[in-house]
Design a protein around this ligand. Structure first.
Ligand SMILES: Cc1cc2nc3c(=O)[nH]c(=O)nc-3n(C[C@H](O)[C@H](O)[C@H](O)COP(=O)(O)OP(=O)(O)OC[C@H]3O[C@@H](n4cnc5c(N)ncnc54)[C@H](O)[C@@H]3O)c2cc1C
Ligand code: FES
Length: 263
């Protein structure tokens, strides 16, 4: 069922959490009440003009009782640079919740959540709503990009970290941690969000292990609601070419790991 709404939400809390990462709590009861892990909101940034494209951000947590939505974002360009200047009390026009989220984690095998960079925000909502305690693997370039580790631990999750430069946790890609986990858990369910090269490697790993899983894809977006086809990716299809286009904003952002047609 489609519950999306467009509202002017009041910013309640806005602060840095680490390096270029910041978090924002928005008063948005109608979205907080129905948001599901893996869904996102599309933010219109005041000051950039109404004709500038909205920016998509994963819902990191939703507190239905207090009517609050949490997003965690990394400052990377003009929109997020502007976003970081907004103060509590100001309004932000938000559209959401959008997209198809993650399936509930299965109870018949170990669930492994993998988060890369700001993809950890989406995975935190999965862990928070999970009826079982997943193993959490966090990957990042360096320690400055490892976010929310303590919060996953506070939920009771075991957290393992890998950084490319070895400044925190194991040195190397998060797939090294996954290979180790596969020794412990021959059958597992994988759910992940992060940069596309990471998701491609995870998708191959899931196939090799004969695991199942879901991946939340990142794609540049325009309308965010399935109308413009700006965000398409290739999804496997039973046709001559072997694929058809799927809209990340509407058919995803969460897809079955085995359904994505990687090139
Ligand atoms: C479904 C979804 C969920 C997302 N969730 C989060 C989140 O929880 N936290 C967060 O920090 N970011 C998230 N993003 C990415 C976020 O939307 C972009 O970082 C943001 O739009 C950049 O805006 P900007 O104006 O600051 O950057 P721009 O000036 O537009 O771009 C700056 C740089 O970032 C790159 N870029 C822009 N958009 C994307 C994108 N979607 N993916 C990869 N690179 C991009 C550009 O190519 C450019 O190199 C999500 C994106 C999607 C599609
Ligand atoms: S952004 Fe318009 S269809 Fe996805």
């Amino acid at each position: 069922m489609n519950h999306k709404v467009q509202i002017d939400a009041v910013i309640r809390i806005h602060e840095q959490i680490r390096g270029a990462y910041r978090q924002m709590y928005l008063e948005a009861p109608s979205i907080a009440q129905v948001a599901e892990p893996g869904q996102f909101v599309h933010l219109q940034l005041p000051g950039l003009g109404e004709r500038v494209l909205r920016r998509p951000f994963s819902i990191c947590a939703a507190d239905a009782g207090r009517g609050l939505l949490r997003i965690v974002y990394k400052v990377v360009g003009v929109g997020t640079e502007h976003l970081q200047t907004l103060q509590p009390g100001q309004h932000l026009n938000i559209l959401g919740p959008l997209g198809r989220g993650f399936s509930p984690l299965p109870r018949d095998r170990r669930s492994i959540l993998v988060g890369g960079g700001y993809g950890c925000a989406a995975m935190y909502f999965v862990a928070q709503r999970a009826g079982v305690l997943p193993l959490v693997l966090l990957g990042a370039r360096g320690q400055e990009d490892v976010i929310l580790a303590e919060e996953f631990q506070a939920l009771g999750c075991e957290v393992r970290i890998a950084t490319d430069d070895g400044t925190l946790g194991q040195k190397g890609r998060v797939t090294v941690l996954l290979e180790q986990a596969a020794q412990e858990f021959p059958q597992a369910w994988l759910a992940a969000c992060g940069p596309l090269p990471m998701l491609k490697a995870l998708s191959q790993f899931v196939a090799q292990q004969h695991w199942d899983g879901e991946l939340s894809l990142d794609s540049a977006m325009c309308c965010g609601m399935g109308a413009c086809f700006a965000c398409v990716i290739k999804r496997k299809a039973d046709n001559e070419q072997g694929w058809s286009y799927a809209r990340v904003c509407h058919d995803g952002p969460v897809f079955k790991a085995g359904d994505i047609y990687w090139e």
